[in-house]
Design a protein around this ligand. Structure first.
Ligand code: DLL
Length: 432
């Protein structure tokens, strides 16, 4: 079902006109209200009057994650604080996460785009949505929540984890829609099988999965094991959370809600804009956001745009399911982790050498992270008990700062392979 026919099936020319108008509005808003953008535009010699149509977007500066961290926490606000009603941040509990501050208008847009997302799977007032994305600063929980409320479905805000209870709730409340990360969904299936529960006997018929990379093979497995239709949904904190793009019933690329989020693909080396169909880095400009609008955000996700009309009748372009990243960000059980964040923690610990490796595996259905780090000669001779305490202390720091569980293993000095070029810090054994 198409939630918002007027916008989602808009003829291309009308859409371009709307995008052009909205781009002009947002550019003048940030130029006049956000010193960070005024400075960036002045440095490039661009004035709001230079933006006459959506094609002029290439004149505008890019925004990066580093920029966002520099202006933490409120440097991108384009409105008065009294208009902000909610904030979310990217994962990571301390350090400098990226911040998204929403006005009521932004929450309304978020509810709309999430209603569009869930309507792709025909979710309606009679559906019971079991929302196992985490509630809290992470955008997954509340994003789905707002969308389901907008549709008028019955939402069960169970949040993530507690697998036994998830299954009990699926059985007791007869949930028809499941929302969680794809890896958790497979874990749920495995747990159900081990406990003699067959998804064939449950009414759940559709699921919306995202927040981490997954593949066509994983989709097939999920659909077969849970007896539901699995939709890929995409988004990120900096732009709005989930609700940036979603698959329709044809499951062939994700329609980008481009009346609100304007996509470009660029060459990550040169920053040059690429044509539809060419693979590169996804860049998005928020066209309607009021709290923290963003110009040309370099997301670091790799994909390409599919301009061909889709059989569903929506005119929004699709992006291919994500094909990787241009940086080394790992997503472990839905939490975004940069190896450099772990490195910073290791380097402040006593008795540690600057040689480490992160080994990511998928045991069964869930990700696990092992941090192997060399100890120096001095502590190498310590008793095992002391070393174990130290491993625990490092794991605790990692859990505290990055909100991710890691097993830490102190290894002998000089035991981690040295590299002649770039050090190989990450061994990702997950076969997604
Ligand atoms: O993961 C928002 C979200 C919540 C999306 C629930 C979908 C469902 P962040 O924590 O800021 O936001 O992480 C954003 O996660 O740049 C991608 O690298 C990755 N990602 C998100 N959706 C997908 C997907 C949320 N469908 C980062 N496929 C993004 C692959 C995804 N990767």
């Amino acid at each position: 079902m198409i939630w918002d026919k007027k916008h989602e099936t808009m003829p291309n020319d009308d859409l371009r006109a709307l995008q052009s108008q909205r781009l002009k509005d947002v550019v003048s808003r940030v130029y006049n209200n956000v010193p960070f953008y005024k400075k960036k535009m002045d440095e490039l010699g661009v004035k709001p009057e230079d933006i006459k149509s959506i094609d002029d977007i290439v004149k505008l500066p890019f925004t990066t994650k580093e920029d966002m961290r520099e202006v933490f926490p409120y440097g991108l606000l384009a409105t008065e604080m009294e208009n902000i009603v909610e904030i979310h941040t990217s994962s990571g509990t301390t350090g400098k996460p990226v911040v998204d501050a929403y006005t009521q208008g932004d929450i309304d847009v978020w509810s709309e785009v999430m209603a569009r997302t869930m309507s792709m799977g025909d979710v309606g007032k009679n559906d019971i949505v079991q929302n196992a994305y985490g509630y809290g600063l992470f955008t997954g929980g509340l994003g789905v929540h707002y969308g389901a409320r907008k549709i008028g479905a019955n939402i069960i805000p169970i949040s993530g984890g507690n697998t036994k209870r998830q299954l009990k709730v699926l059985q007791d409340f007869k949930s028809t829609v499941m929302t969680c990360t794809p890896s958790y969904c497979l874990y749920l299936a495995e747990y159900a099988r081990e406990n003699g529960i067959d998804f064939k006997d449950l009414p759940v018929r559709v699921g919306f999965f995202g927040a981490e990379p997954w593949s066509e093979n994983m989709r097939k497995e999920i659909e077969a094991k849970l007896h539901l239709k699995a939709y890929d949904i995409y988004g990120l904190t900096e732009i709005i959370g989930p609700g940036v793009a979603a698959e329709c019933e044809h499951q062939n690329g994700l329609h980008i809600f481009e009346d609100h989020f304007y996509p470009e693909i660029i060459n990550p080396e040169t920053g040059e804009q690429l044509k539809d169909g060419e693979k590169g880095e996804l860049v998005i400009t928020t066209l309607t956001k009021e709290g923290t609008p963003i110009l040309r955000y370099r997301i670091r996700d790799i994909t390409f745009l599919m301009p061909e009309a889709c059989k569903c009748g929506r005119s929004f372009r699709r992006m291919h399911r994500l094909m990787g990243r241009t940086d080394d960000m790992l997503i472990i059980r839905g939490v975004n982790v940069f190896p450099s964040q772990i490195e910073q923690i290791l380097f402040r610990m006593e008795g540690i050498e600057p040689h480490y490796q992160l080994v990511v595996s998928r045991d069964g259905q869930l990700d696990s992270l092992e941090v192997q780090v060399e100890m120096n000669e001095r502590i190498f001779s310590d008793e095992i008990k002391k070393l174990e305490e130290m491993e625990k202390a490092i794991a605790k720091e990692i859990a505290y700062e990055l909100a991710v569980h890691a097993t830490v293993k102190l290894v002998e000095p000089k035991s981690i392979a040295r590299s002649e070029g770039k050090a190989k810090r990450v061994i990702d054994n997950r076969n997604i």
